[in-house]
Write a protein that binds this ligand. Structure first.
Ligand code: PEP
Ligand code: MN
Length: 353
């Protein structure tokens, strides 16, 4: 932490800051410039916060140098992490050594629709199935999801296909029932800053897919991940799904630069959701290619056997030639950027444990 004194600060003002810092066990290094004095602080940052240094006479500004997150930071864990999703013997990795392809319906509507979407996803090369049973909708009149009945459908499809399942949780009271039916719990964009929910999934014992809040900075997103990690769950995968900008051509603006930025600052894996970023199926393949090229650890996309009748997000659901183009991209492109492709995942599977 660095304290910047104002040009008119006196020697007494500087001495007072030093005294307060040393009073909580810290060290203060004073550097006098021609116009300003700055003081470098070394020690426990939390105890410095309690000093309210900005309120002291002569203090112009206080800057933090280290990351505010710890458990998810690369400063404390330099190797990038792999999160394993699925039951023992059928786990799929999400991390730097493989490219993970996740696909499925936006919402679980019926058993047939979910099964058919899973079949489409699996034959395109996806190894994890997505599907929402609890849907956080902007309108209270829109389809809210089948709830527990939807979780049961997902569990049945998981059983039949062998694909681990990721599904969204919107209420901390549902942690046990969602964790019982799914292999990974998703926190959606609207709940990224629901700290009670983050703490609840931190104790669930299953991996978590943490989407970026649509108006969250990268630092706020990593602080949300820190809430989960702080409860003992470091199996967190981040998901960039687009942010709100002034541009109306797409539903959200995919912040492609967030991927290398996150990878430089956090050890957690990061994947991209081009479906929810764009809101239109014609952009899903190009954005997936961009995600692979920039080094994302995977993609998660919507597929639906009959988008015209979809109860949620039909315009962005893939089928037919779009899905074939995506399948080709996730099979071929990861190799071109120096990582194991989605098609090679079977060999990357961890057995046992
Ligand atoms: C979803 O994945 O179904 C979803 C609602 O995504 P997001 O939270 O990113 O809008
Ligand atoms: Mn959706």
């Amino acid at each position: 932490m660095v304290v910047v004194m104002s040009p008119d600060a006196t020697d007494e003002d500087v001495a007072h800051v030093v005294e307060r810092v040393e009073g909580v066990g810290g060290e203060a290094f004073v550097s006098k410039g021609v116009v300003r004095t700055i003081i470098g602080l070394v020690g426990d940052i939390e105890s410095f916060h309690h000093l309210n240094l900005r309120t002291l006479r002569g203090v112009a500004d206080v800057h933090r140098i280290s990351d505010p997150y710890k458990l998810v930071s690369r400063q404390h864990h330099s190797e990038r992490s792999t999160v394993w999703v699925g039951p023992p013997g059928g786990q799929v990795p999400v991390g730097p050594d493989a490219f993970t392809f996740i696909a499925g319906p936006c919402a679980v509507e019926t058993a047939d629709q979910t099964f058919e979407a899973a079949r489409m996803a699996q034959s395109a090369g996806a190894t994890i199935l997505r599907g929402g049973a609890f849907k956080p909708r902007t309108s209270p009149y829109a389809f809210q999801g089948l709830g527990v009945a939807g979780l049961e459908i997902l569990a049945g499809v998981r059983e039949a296909t062998g694909m681990p399942v990721v599904t969204e949780i919107v209420d901390a009271r549902d942690v046990d029932v969602v964790a019982e039916h799914a292999d990974m719990l998703q926190i959606g964009t609207r709940n990224m800053a629901n700290f009670g929910l983050l703490q609840a999934v931190g104790g669930c014992g299953k991996p978590v897919l943490l989407k970026r809040g649509m108006t969250a900075t990268i630092e706020e997103w990593l602080m949300a991940a820190e809430y989960i990690a702080q409860r003992g769950n470091l199996d967190v995968v981040l998901c960039e799904r687009g942010i709100r900008t002034f541009e109306p051509a797409t539903r959200n603006t995919l912040d492609i630069s967030a991927i290398p930025v996150v990878q430089a600052t956090s050890h957690l894996p990061i994947i991209v959701d081009p479906s929810h970023a764009a809101g239109r199926k014609d952009l899903v393949v190009p954005l997936s290619r961009a995600a692979i090229a920039v080094g994302a650890d995977g993609v998660i996309v919507d597929v639906h056997p009959d988008p015209e009748t979809a109860l949620c997000d039909g315009p962005q659901a893939l089928l037919g030639s779009d899905l074939r183009a995506l399948a080709q991209a996730v099979r071929r492109l990861p190799g071109a950027v120096g990582r194991v492709g989605a098609g090679d995942l079977a060999t990357g599977r961890r057995s046992g444990s």
